[in-house]
Write a protein that binds this ligand. Structure first.
Ligand SMILES: Nc1ncnc2c1ncn2[C@@H]1O[C@H](COP(=O)(O)OP(=O)(O)OP(=O)(O)O)[C@@H](O)[C@H]1O
Ligand SMILES: Nc1ncnc2c1ncn2[C@@H]1O[C@H](COP(=O)(O)OP(=O)(O)OP(=O)(O)O)[C@@H](O)[C@H]1O
Ligand SMILES: [Mg+2]
Ligand SMILES: [Mg+2]
Lengths: 228, 228
């Protein structure tokens, strides 16, 4: 499904050059469940943004479901993002002055192609799945940190995406709520959804099937999780 | 240093009433190191905002260093916040389009009373302590999630506060960076600084001297950490 070949991404800041990604090659097959761990600043979010078609690499090739992403036009990229991918951002990126329910419905309202009959009903279902049934009319500044994080997760799930990209989705959750979210991800993965999850906690990474470890823009380690 | 008696805080939203804090009584002595754990939505951040004089309780009493906080005027409260307390926010609250160095200097520039000679020099020192010496001219959107979190930590330390309130300060940090930050906190505590730290990870909580566990706006458990 996802094929990255020697991906590089460099940021230029004043006179400084940051090699955020320094030659990443990676394959994620359909139905895979990959965890990405690594030090703060090692390039995990930059990699996720490229996989999620939110940013483009400076070097190397990215094939998503057989299509060469670097040669796709803006509309085609936007369609893939809205219809195939659900993204949980590390910083949530919720709209202020917009309720949880409205935030979660948004991806259903701006997708082209197959419209959905009852967006509010679907949005309520996913908010209930993440334990927020009683908070659907709260705006982000009326929610706790972990509740905001769960709204971001619900929004990523509402379009029934084929691929879920989750960047530190449990960083602000207690252990029991974390377990509930990870069980939900494992259930979706059992149903065939491909999942890439960034985390800095090994307990969380062990819910995946495979783990890659990053440092300084490179993959330094690659291993299977025995039980899955 | 910090004395809370039967503190209650209620939010009203449309027809709904949220009892965010439902009778909290707590004492934190000078030089204490308290960790607060509890489920997402249990009231931890709301409690921290009251301790940090950013919000007022609806009921109960709060004495900070012997002064009754509910009877202090805005200026006196602002002085206490700027001179005695360093706050690491769960959402960081960094200024956009403002470099890490500028963000960290801010508390030094708006404190009344004893001005500091070299704010930039002091700001660089604390940024170096959290491992960000090479990122001081980056703005928040040019930093990774864990780097932003560390800028928020540095900003809380730059005024040499007597009390550090840290709301989930390691949620976006890998284990090694987390250890570095917690060692720094333990060192500051050994020097006499009072620390209250919210976390949802027991490994992190065990770096404190005492832990309280919250649920539904109440303290349900209270225990000492043996080794400290
Ligand atoms: N726009 C930018 N300009 C300059 N440097 C950047 C920019 N965005 C990211 N960086 C740098 O690129 C590196 C990788 O950032 P990235 O956000 O991918 O790290 P990360 O692995 O997700 O870290 P964390 O675990 O802290 O979230 C960091 O050192 C960061 O400072
Ligand atoms: N302005 C507000 N209006 C209405 N409800 C609010 C408001 N702010 C917070 N709440 C609610 O109060 C409760 C406590 O929130 P708080 O942020 O203190 O939780 P928390 O323990 O810090 O959670 P987390 O671990 O997820 O950060 C939550 O259920 C939240 O929805
Ligand atoms: Mg990141
Ligand atoms: Mg909180």
């Amino acid at each position: 499904t996802i094929q990255l070949k020697n991906i590089k991404k460099t940021f230029h800041l004043g006179g400084e050059t940051v090699h955020a990604l320094d030659g990443i090659s990676l394959t994620v097959d359909r139905g895979d469940f990959l965890a990405i761990i690594g030090t703060s600043g090692s390039g995990k979010s930059t990699l996720m943004n490229i996989i999620g078609c939110l940013d483009q690499a400076d070097h190397g090739e990215y094939f998503l479901e057989g299509l060469r992403v670097s040669q796709m036009d803006k509309n085609a990229l936007a369609d893939i993002r809205n219809q195939r991918i659900g993204f949980v951002f590390q910083g949530y990126n919720l709209l202020a002055r917009t309720t949880a329910l409205e935030n979660v419905q948004l991806p259903l309202l701006y997708r082209r192609g197959k419209p959905i009959n009852h967006p509010a009903k679907k949005a309520k279902e996913v908010l209930d799945m993440v334990g927020l049934a009683k908070r659907i009319h709260h705006e982000p500044n009326q929610l706790s940190g972990g509740q905001q994080q769960r709204v971001a997760i619900a929004r990523a799930l509402v379009t029934d995406p084929a691929i879920i990209l989750a960047d530190e989705p449990t960083g602000n959750l207690d252990s029991r709520t974390t377990e509930e979210i990870l069980s939900l991800f494992q259930k979706l993965n059992d149903e065939g959804i491909t999942i890439v999850l960034v985390t800095h906690e090994m307990d969380v990474a062990e819910h995946a099937k495979r783990v890659i470890d990053m440092r300084d823009g490179r993959i330094i380690n690659n291993y299977e999780i025995a039980h899955r």
